[in-house]
Design a protein around this ligand. Structure first.
Ligand code: FAD
Ligand code: SIN
Length: 522
């Protein structure tokens, strides 16, 4: 196997991995590996923006309260304080890195409002904030000599010895052998797992690799049952589905049924701007009750120039789909969007495995609790990437002894068409039985099916070796198993988890983390 050495290995090139790399490059040699091209990430598709208190009428206390309310009594308050108190600073840092946020004539940030927020506090770059941030950060890392970028380099497993991470095994595109990367410190910044579900907003790279790798390595993982479904994605056949940002509702768009009647007043005092879990369930309820395939978002009659200025991506994407949104209501449905749980970390990004950090969507810092407040994800990635970089510096200074056991990994170089079929079956299974509304019987059925799929695929891999496609599928199945097991363990309804057989919140379960660290064979 090919060998490679670096001081800091970063797996993933979204906001968390890039921001961490920029900070670590000030004191260490950094290598970023990323499975596609460097910009391809969930970050790239972020629309709404980044939450921070810049409005004089707003306050840190308000942002903290909104985050805790959305998290449904399961947030780690210390972690919430960390991101909210540091929000202005990291945004100003991005501003200094030439991220082109929308500003008013006065020079202050233009602020949008989103669901669950009591004030307008979302700093944005029209409705394509992620693209702007990702592009600026990529430009930065490309210009730093201390950073090496390996694109098309897929991490298949972490190397762990005596509960200490010493690097990772990866497959390079079209290489005939695997690559063992030795590192003093590894940062897992591999993003989310939206592709577990048939209907989701995530790009195809979001296959839960980090959750599964960390799980196989023995890291503590928690809160996987809290999958956030975004209420408003464009109705129609596509994977991923196109997001219609919540900021459009913050701008005045209202949810309506096919007769043009509002319905959210029946579900929450904040109506169309209620927290996401509430809105998603309300939409599903309306669709089932009325036996219709979607509901509508109404901006008809709004000023066309204003809509085109604030939401150019949405305006033109809908136009391409034949919808002029200032004349016709937008058909929308909920879709899987974000993983609130993940690899458990402390406030410095440390996981339960020595020398292994996690940051961004793959991590569970406790900020989001049972349901994430809109636009707190990019923020979390920035703040904890910086904390982790500071911690990495001190760890590198004291990290004198390195263990470098050698690994062997066989590669399967054949393309297997069955994998696509199994993936599609898995996505339908999860959508149908572990989606927005769940119950124990269906979750148990889903669990048994997943275990069978896991067994079949594991035997295939041990017979023929690893490929990127087989590994991604294995990771999707293992992530699904964690979601379903977490959901079965949590016999209550809270935040993103709604179980018809346990429709109420349970006081017995109000501890911070149900640690989902069951072995896969359990
Ligand atoms: P990502 O940005 O997903 O990056 C993960 C990286 O890891 C990618 O480069 C990927 O290729 C790489 N990777 C994964 N597995 C491997 C592997 N095995 N080997 C090598 N590389 C690997 N949040 C907000 O706060 N505000 C918003 O407005 C917002 N809008 C959103 C809109 C959409 C459509 C989506 C999908 C998400 C949105 N989110 C938003 C959520 C937010 O974008 C993500 O949670 C955040 O960008 C995650 O950043 P990350 O760095 O953790 O992961
Ligand atoms: C959106 O723009 O609606 C997505 C925001 C988020 O996921 O935080």
């Amino acid at each position: 196997m090919k060998q490679y050495e670096t001081e800091v290995l970063v797996i993933g090139s979204g906001i968390a991995g890039l921001f961490y790399s920029i900070h670590c490059a000030q004191f260490a040699r950094v290598t970023i590996i990323t499975k596609g091209t460097i910009g391809e990430s969930n970050t790239m598709y972020a629309q709404g923006g980044i939450a921070a208190v810049f409005d004089m009428a707003d306050s840190i206390e308000n942002h903290i309260r909104d985050t805790l309310v959305a998290g449904d009594d399961l947030c780690n308050e210390e972690a919430v304080h960390q991101i909210v108190q540091n929000a202005r600073r990291v945004i100003l840092e991005l501003d200094a890195l030439r991220v082109d946020f929308d500003k008013r004539l006065s020079g202050s940030f233009d602020l949008h409002r989103e669901g669950g927020h009591s004030h307008a506090r979302v700093v944005h770059s029209t409705d394509a904030t992620g693209k702007e941030v990702e592009t600026a950060l990529v430009k930065q890392v490309r210009a730093i000599p201390n950073i090496t970028i390996l694109e098309g380099c897929f991490a298949i497993d972490l190397c762990v010895n005596d509960n200490t991470c010493t690097g990772a095994i990866a497959i390079e595109k079209s290489a005939l052998e695997a690559l063992q990367i030795h590192a003093k410190v590894v940062m897992l910044a591999s993003g989310g797992a939206g592709q577990v579900y048939e209907m989701n907003t995530n790009p195809s790279i979001a296959t839960g690799d980090g959750f599964a790798m960390a799980h196989r390595a023995g890291a503590v993982i928690s809160n996987m049952e809290f999958v956030q479904f975004h209420p408003t994605t464009l109705y129609g056949p596509s994977n991923p589905v196109f997001l219609i940002t919540e900021a459009l509702r913050g701008f005045g768009a209202e949810l309506k049924n096919e007769n043009g009647e509002t319905f959210m007043e029946k579900y929450h005092p904040l109506k169309s701007l209620a927290p996401r879990d509430v809105v998603s369930r309300a939409i599903v309820n309306e669709m089932e009750k009325r036996n219709v395939p979607c509901v509508y978002l109404d901006v008809t009659g709004f000023n066309k120039t204003e809509i085109q200025t604030h939401f150019p991506t949405i305006y033109s994407r809908c136009k391409d789909a034949g919808i002029d949104i200032v004349r016709t209501m937008i058909p929308v449905v909920p879709a899987a969007h974000y993983m609130c749980g993940g690899v458990v970390t402390d406030l410095n990004g440390r996981t339960s495995i020595g020398n292994l950090y996690a940051c961004g969507e793959v991590s569970c810092t406790g900020v989001h609790g049972a349901n994430r407040l809109a636009s707190n994800s990019l923020l979390e990635g920035l703040v904890f990437a910086e904390n982790a970089a500071v911690d990495t510096k001190s760890r590198l200074e004291s990290n004198s002894h390195l263990l470098h056991p050698l690994y062997f990994v066989a590669l399967d170089l054949e393309e297997d068409v069955n994998l696509a079929y199994i993936k599609s079956y898995l996505q339908q299974l999860m959508w149908r039985f572990a989606g927005i509304v769940r119950n124990g019987t269906e979750l148990n059925y889903c669990h048994d099916e997943l275990k069978q799929l896991h067994q079949k695929l594991s035997s295939k891999i041990s017979l023929y070796g690893n490929s990127v496609a087989s590994n991604e599928l294995l990771n999707l199945i293992e992530t699904s198993l964690m979601i379903v097991r977490g959901s079965l363990l949590r016999e209550e309804s809270r935040g993103c988890q709604y179980r018809t057989d346990f429709p109420l919140k349970s006081d017995l379960l109000t501890f911070q983390d149900i640690s989902e660290h069951l072995s896969l064979s359990a």
